[in-house]
Design a protein around this ligand. Sequence first.
Ligand code: HEC
Length: 111
Amino acid sequence: MAKLFLIFISLTVLTLSSSNAAIYKGQREFIKKCLKCHNDGQNFIAKYKMKQWKKLTKAKGKPLAELHLKNKKAKKSWKYFKSGRYIKKSKHLRQFLVEYAKDSGNVPACN
Ligand code: HEC
């Protein structure tokens, strides 16, 4: 019984730390890739609610990419949003953005 409990605890710790790692990776990606245009970082993320970020970042971030690809003002981001890197990182970005959305109650230490 005690053994089972230990296994349970270590599994919980594992899942918790891996989701933190994803949030951290998403944050790094945001700082590297989004902040240069959206330089009001924390306020920018808090502009949207969790549901809205989820919607923007669903399907490997496709809606967010399309929004930029349609907008000439965002031209400098086109290469990134078309890249495999973006697709790969989109799930981390998603976790990060949702984690710090307006209604999440969390505040990132971005700057
Ligand atoms: C090259 C500059 C550039 C980069 C890089 C960039 N964006 Fe944008 N983004 C824009 C522009 C320009 C708009 C359109 C804003 C407007 O029309 O006022 C926009 C719009 C948006 C919008 C919706 C409109 C708004 O302002 O709320 C979201 C959400 C967004 N970007 C998120 C991101 C995220 C997340 C990243 C990083 C993965 C990112 N952007 C990277 C330039 C950029």
